[in-house]
Design a protein around this ligand. Structure first.
Ligand code: SF4
Length: 476
């Protein structure tokens, strides 16, 4: 998918002005945080589970080549095929070749962030193949011709009415009306059932690749993954290389951390493991089974300072707790992965040139690392990317000079304190009448969409000095 991350500032300003989006994001902020909290409170040993999941990932990453080769051998042993894709273009080409060889005209797809990453749908459609997303959220945004705005809930930004309007425009509803959520789901089910039954190829993602068995693990709440994997003649699973785990028990260890963090459930409605083509006597399953493994700069990450990012299990917890993501939404980030994890992954995968603004979309609150079940040190990585941005001369000149001047000021505490006192006094005077300041000459970006509250009471420095004086006199 083409990156539009360089438009981050314009897109975020637009998102902040979008009242409808803001009301959706407010609900999301409260709802998802609460669900996760409630779910993990019910798991007494959640801390131990997290430690174990991290240990599994660290061990696998330290031996990634070994487990990938083991996975490949296991898939071949069970009659399947493994393809290696260094780039997004490689993955798209391989998937298209498999579809063309199978004479495919219709493809069903279950949710896959890797297919989003490579822009697979566009490539298949340009070759004349009809592609249907079968996850309800993905189906909705496919009709809307939009990218996902959240890695777990791709259509989380859409209201019920917007979905009804989309279905009215794209489905032959006749006299029927859609009013309730149930009627929307029933409508989607009716349309998608036909697609499932007539698909030649099914393309799924994979939450895990199990080296020992050559199976791929898939978690869904709608069962669409199972229908995509088992009904068509050919099943293609697309996955990135770090999805491999040594054994089914290790997949289970990650699953127990992933699901409560992602959706607040103890377990998803469907947890399925697929592998190999249909054997004699099997009631269902594809005639061909292919796995395409994508690198897309991940081996560089493995060898460098951003290796810990490969521990990410795409649970979206960092998005749901990020004050920036929950203010601007996913589309502002301009590529597949939004929020804190996206602000690290996007520059590493699409290049700093296009995405250097994203690591600055951070309030340095540290919440993302605090809630990440895999202990990914996101704030450190964002800081490191900002250093790289500066080293590559990508930081805007005004910002660079401003920070240099601020650094010099901090090196002279007397001047800093004097300046702070004058500024506080000036701001107090400016906001005296209203209690807030509508516009300030320096940093006008702050007051474009909000008023700056005027300082109240005494400054921290004054209180600190007073406390120290009291302490000193008390000791005498
Ligand atoms: S970085 Fe952590 S919290 Fe964010 S999606 Fe990945 S595993 Fe989840």
């Amino acid at each position: 998918m083409e990156s539009k991350s360089s438009e981050f500032l314009a897109r975020s300003s637009e998102a902040m002005r979008d009242e409808h989006l803001q009301s959706v994001l407010n609900k999301l902020r409260a709802g998802l945080e609460y669900k996760r909290k409630a779910a993990i409170l019910k798991i007494p040993n959640f801390e131990e589970l997290k430690e174990h999941a991290r240990a599994v990932k660290d061990h696998t990453l330290a031996n990634l080549d070994h487990y990938l080769e083991e996975f490949e051998s296991s898939v071949i042993e069970s009659g399947g095929h493994v393809h290696w894709a260094r780039t997004s273009a490689d993955l798209n080409r391989i998937a298209l070749e498999i579809c063309q060889k199978a004479g495919a005209l219709r493809v069903t797809k279950s949710k896959s962030m890797i297919a989003e990453e490579t822009g697979l749908n566009t490539v298949l459609e340009e070759a004349g193949i009809e592609v249907t997303e079968t996850d309800l959220g993905e189906y909705i945004i496919q009709l809307a011709e939009e990218p996902p705005s959240h890695i777990i809930g791709p259509a989380i930004h859409k209201t019920k009415q917007q979905v009804i309007d989309l279905f009215k425009n794209h489905h032959d509803l006749g006299e029927r009306e859609l009013e309730s959520v149930k009627s929307i789901v029933d409508e989607a089910r009716k349309v998608l059932r036909d697609k499932f039954c007539n698909a030649d190829v099914g393309i799924t993602g994979a939450n895990f690749l199990v080296a020992e068995t050559g199976r791929i693990g898939l978690v869904t709440n709608e069962g669409n993954g199972d229908l995509t994997a088992t009904l068509p003649r050919v099943h293609i699973a697309v996955a990135s290389i770090e999805k491999v785990v040594p054994t089914p028990e290790d997949a289970s260890a990650l699953l127990r951390v992933l699901v409560p963090s992602a959706t607040g459930q103890p377990i998803t409605s469907y947890v399925s493991f697929f592998g190999g083509p249909r054997k004699q006597g099997d009631p269902d399953g594809p005639e061909e089974f292919h796995v395409i493994l994508l690198d897309n700069n991940r081996t560089d990450m493995l060898a460098g300072e951003f290796r810990d990012m490969l521990r990410c299990i795409r649970c979206a917890t960092c998005l749901n707790h990020c004050p920036v993501y929950t203010s601007v939404g996913g589309h502002a980030y301009g590529w597949v992965y939004p929020g804190p994890m996206g602000s690290v992954l996007t520059p590493l995968m699409t290049g700093m040139g296009k995405a250097h603004l994203l690591p600055n979309a951070c309030s340095s609150c540290g919440r993302c690392e605090e809630v990440c079940p895999m202990g990914v040190p996101l704030p450190d990585m964002l800081r490191q990317l900002r250093t790289i941005e500066r080293e590559q001369g990508l930081t805007p000149a005004g910002w660079r000079w401003g920070l240099t001047a601020f650094m010099k000021l901090l090196q002279h505490p007397r001047i800093y304190h004097l300046g702070a006192r004058w500024t506080t006094a000036a701001l107090k005077r400016m906001g005296k009448k209203r209690g807030s300041i509508a516009s300030i000459p320096v940093g006008s970006g702050w007051t474009k969409v909000r008023e700056l509250p005027s300082p109240e009471g005494r400054t921290f420095q004054d209180l600190w000095r007073q406390k120290n004086r009291k302490g000193a006199s008390g000791n005498e």
